[in-house]
Design a protein around this ligand. Structure first.
Ligand code: C5P
Length: 227
């Protein structure tokens, strides 16, 4: 931990709340239901735009926007980020904390259970590490041990609920044809997210439904979509 905080900031930028500020946040999941949605401008109108894993905006701006303030990733999904964008590391395992130190310094760690990016190019001042206790809190109190651990998207939504006054959720769930692919994939049967077997997609959608019902989040689905 000492090594870790020599390399990344050890302050929490969101600890104190500005009572006069209304922080509006868009959480953008990777669902194929974003395709043809034309949600890009609406997404970009938020103060924070949080994306995850391998999400790319290039070529998909009309549907997903091009503003990004936060990327939620773990070593196996990590990629370089432009300056000014926060990298929120989700440490699913202890090695992930060693990896971020290595990726920002020596580049020694090249493999976890797959090859990972050994040297990452991003704004070192913008790196944030989710406290593993927060992950346990989600697993215990929200996903209730459904799935091996919560999905990146579920974690991002709960993070946002803690630091944003308004939370808008885009790109979660299947498309209206029942496919769970990513918006950049052409293979509608890929079902990447649901098929991993690691997360309980149905249970997580139920949590999202309840949050919508209670007025805690706004959920954008496919109403705009014309096939
Ligand atoms: O597949 P990946 O984990 O990179 O996608 C990011 C997040 O977007 C997932 O963790 C999940 O919460 C959400 N997602 C979804 N429906 C999909 C694809 C992704 O809800 N079809």
């Amino acid at each position: 931990m000492t090594k870790l905080f020599e390399v990344v900031p050890n302050t929490d930028p969101y600890q104190s709340k500005n009572e006069t500020q209304c922080r509006r946040c868009a959480i953008v999941g990777n669902s194929g239901n974003l395709k043809y949605s034309s949600y890009g401008a609406k997404i970009d109108s938020h103060d924070f735009v949080m994306r995850m894993n391998r999400a790319t905006t290039s070529g998909f701006e009309k549907d997903v926007g091009n503003k990004s303030t936060h990327y939620f990733m773990y070593p196996e999904s990590a990629h370089h980020l432009p300056p000014g964008v926060h990298f929120v590391l989700i440490p699913f395992k202890p090695l992930d904390m060693e990896w971020i130190v290595s990726a920002l310094t020596t580049g020694n760690i090249k493999f976890t259970y797959v090859r990972v990016v050994s040297k990452i190019h991003l704004d070192q001042d913008k790196v944030m590490i989710l406290n593993p206790a927060f992950l346990k809190y989600i697993h215990d109190n929200w996903t209730n041990h459904h799935g091996k651990y919560p999905s990146t998207g579920m974690i991002a939504i709960l993070f946002a609920l803690h630091i944003c006054e308004e939370v808008s959720v885009f790109g979660f769930g299947a498309d209206r044809k029942g496919s769970w692919h990513h918006y950049w994939e052409n293979n509608k049967h890929a079902g990447a997210f649901q098929k991993t077997g690691v997360h309980d997609a149905k249970f997580e959608m139920e949590i999202i439904r309840k949050l919508v019902e209670e007025g805690k989040i706004t959920f954008y689905n496919e109403t705009n979509v014309k096939y």
